[in-house]
Design a protein around this ligand. Structure first.
Ligand SMILES: Nc1ncnc2c1ncn2[C@@H]1O[C@H](COP(=O)(O)OP(=O)(O)OP(=O)(O)O)[C@@H](O)[C@H]1O
Ligand SMILES: [Mg+2]
Length: 359
């Protein structure tokens, strides 16, 4: 017998986004609701992967029936794409088309205000940590100029530190900050119950209260981990022909450690790839280094120092200077690096490589 022995029509613990089954995070939800009711402009939602950011945004989209809404699962890569995003939902009139009056990035706020006719817009942007500084800067400009809008942007915790360190204009306009951390024990129980009832089951059957306490302990109430662990318990119980899942069932699971600490890559906003013109106008030493790297990938500063003509006082000077130049080239998007033992090795970024192949 499979899941039907508990009266379930389908597997309740899949990782599907189910905004209607949103549970808990009461304080965070009411902070965001207040933000929208008061028509405040920018709110920031951060949380590790699996904490419930997407579910929260979808829930907000569902539960604000009387205002205009726009949910974007990932911000565009270039600010110009905002034009398409808005004309896609608001449309262009026959005459707009006839006279080629598609809005540009510069006329977009006027176009949006005209289409909204005073209605409040709830603008939800997910995965905002993946975007560039440029796009966020344009979002800020848009939000400043749309008459009535609440922008809720969500992303990994790095989004907040990136904004803080490099986008003061944006940072200063954030009026609500919400961090999704984890559910409490009773919210974890609620999450399980809602999922089970949604597929036709009753209460938290087959989980005993002790099993739920153990699930909470193992996962720290982290939603995606709760679902994964519950799913595994259910499938193991089916395999063993058990009708009840008790704390004992978790005893052998090593992989679900309490309160997962999720590593997040520390990446700053990706630098804009340099153009052909910029490459051509680089100072001689920088260009020389790029030319060497165009011929050979992944060199250490020492190896580069050996190849560069000797205008340095000593080899030590050369390596230090080359290190500094490489670091700058990396921040500007010309080169990338990887650590090999104690040293770093450098190579051209893919975009710059294509410029050199053409040249
Ligand atoms: N508060 C919640 N109530 C019920 N289910 C939740 C809640 N938060 C998350 N979940 C469930 O946990 C899973 C992960 O949530 P979600 O995809 O929203 O996380 P996320 O923060 O957007 O993750 P990522 O950063 O990887 O996109 C989903 O299956 C979702 O349905
Ligand atoms: Mg998500």
């Amino acid at each position: 017998m499979g899941i039907e022995k508990w009266g379930w029509k389908e597997d309740p613990f899949t990782l599907k986004i189910e905004p209607n089954l949103f549970t808990g995070y009461d304080e965070q939800v009411s902070a965001i609701n207040r933000h929208i009711e008061n028509k405040h402009k920018i709110a920031l939602v951060t949380g590790n992967t699996g904490s419930g950011k997407t579910t929260l945004l979808k829930w907000l989209e569902m539960n604000n029936p009387n205002i205009a809404k726009l949910y974007i699962s990932k911000p565009p890569l270039k600010p110009e794409e905002f034009v398409q995003i808005f004309t896609d939902i608001f449309g262009l009139s026959f005459f707009d088309r006839l006279f080629g009056k598609t809005p540009t990035l510069w006329t977009l706020p006027t176009y949006i205000n005209k289409k909204l006719k005073g209605t409040h817009l709830l603008f939800l942007i997910d995965e905002a940590h993946e975007t560039s500084r440029d796009v966020l800067e344009w979002l800020r400009v848009l939000v400043d100029q749309i008459d009535s809008v609440s922008l809720i942007i969500a992303g990994l915790p790095s989004l907040e530190s990136n904004i803080k360190s490099s986008l003061e204009t944006f940072e200063q306009r954030i009026t609500t900050r919400v961090a999704l951390t984890a559910l409490s024990e009773s919210e974890t129980k609620d999450l399980l119950r809602k999922r089970i009832e949604a597929v036709g089951g009753s209460g938290t059957t087959p989980f005993t209260d002790a099993a739920i306490a153990a699930i909470y302990q193992r996962t720290g109430g982290f939603p995606r981990e709760v679902l994964k662990l519950a799913d595994k318990l259910v499938h193991d119980a089916i395999e063993k022909g058990q009708n009840v899942i008790d704390a004992q069932n978790l005893a052998d699971y090593r992989e679900f450690e309490p309160a997962p600490v999720l590593e997040e890559p520390v990446v700053a906003f990706a630098p804009k790839p340099p153009s052909e013109l910029q490459v051509a106008n680089l100072p001689r030493k920088q260009r020389q280094l790029l030319e060497i790297l165009a011929k050979t990938d992944w060199l250490t500063p020492t190896a580069l120092a050996e190849q560069i003509s000797g205008s340095y006082a000593s080899k030590g000077h050369a390596i230090r200077s080359i290190n500094n130049i490489l670091h700058r080239l990396m921040l500007e998007g010309y080169v990338q690096r990887e650590s090999k033992g104690k040293a770093f090795m450098y190579a051209l970024t893919p975009k710059v490589r294509t410029l050199f192949v053409k040249a």
